[in-house]
Design a protein. Structure first.
Length: 243
């Protein structure tokens, strides 16, 4: 295990705009303008990754596929984790063809285990699975439905060969109340796969606390509202990961 923590600034897209949600709820969007500008802002501050999300596709209310392809094309040399509404062969192939470094499966991993296992078998490290959780219960369909027990689902996905989990505490996401460190520790105690943290990060101390978990399997952290609300800069956070 390394003590290096990758940071993935988020660009969440709804109706063609970069937005942030509060606790994943549709209708709670705060708009932050042009997704391309947001991505370039993170790149200018030293981003190596962008976590790019099609929220409309995740909620099943449309899609921003052409715009996301533009963002990926404009971020040459930057690694892209693409998420939102990837639930079948067509949407998965479209994401990979757009140039995504890896894709993050959400609802499909809970509702269609056979397809997910085949996708993992075919694409390996290109596939991450997002585990969005309240307590120990997973949330699906844009966090509007329950999706089973996180540890039962992880066991199945481990058996399928899943390489990486993106773990979000839904109750923390977009709240700036700090990450759920205990949840992350428990998840990492139950799998030897890489884990990426998401939700609640609000301060540079949170970055230090998450970096301390890198030696036990925390590979990265997704940064969203804290950056958009200017709690700290991405450059400041990256400097901490390199201390």
């Amino acid at each position: 295990m390394s003590d290096y923590l990758e940071l993935l600034p988020a660009v969440d897209v709804a109706d063609g705009k970069a937005v942030r949600l509060t606790q994943g709820e549709a209708g709670s969007e705060t708009s932050y303008g042009d997704p391309l500008e947001a991505a370039h802002n993170w790149i200018d501050q030293g981003a190596e990754w962008i976590h790019l999300v099609d929220l409309d596709a995740a909620f099943g209310r449309g899609e921003n596929r052409a715009l996301l392809r533009e963002v990926v094309a404009a971020c040459r040399g930057i690694k892209i984790e693409l998420s939102g509404g990837i639930r079948d062969d067509a949407s998965l192939e479209a994401a990979l063809e757009a140039g995504a470094t890896r894709v993050n499966l959400g609802t499909a991993a809970l509702e269609d285990p056979d397809w997910t296992a085949k996708a993992i078998s075919r694409h390996g490290d290109f596939i991450a699975v997002g585990l969005d959780v309240r307590g120990t219960t997973l949330a699906a369909r844009g966090w509007t439905r329950e999706g089973g027990d996180i540890y039962e689902v992880m066991s199945r996905l481990d058996d399928a060969g899943c390489a990486r989990y993106v773990v979000t505490d839904v109750t923390k996401d977009g709240t700036l109340k700090g990450p759920n460190l205990e949840l992350l520790k428990t998840v990492m105690s139950k799998t030897d796969r890489a884990v990426v943290a998401s939700g609640g990060i609000s301060s540079l101390q949170d970055i230090r606390d998450l970096k301390a978990l890198a030696t036990i399997g925390l590979e990265g952290a997704i940064l969203g509202k804290a950056l958009y609300a200017e709690k700290f800069t991405l450059a400041e956070a990256i400097a901490i990961t390199r201390e």
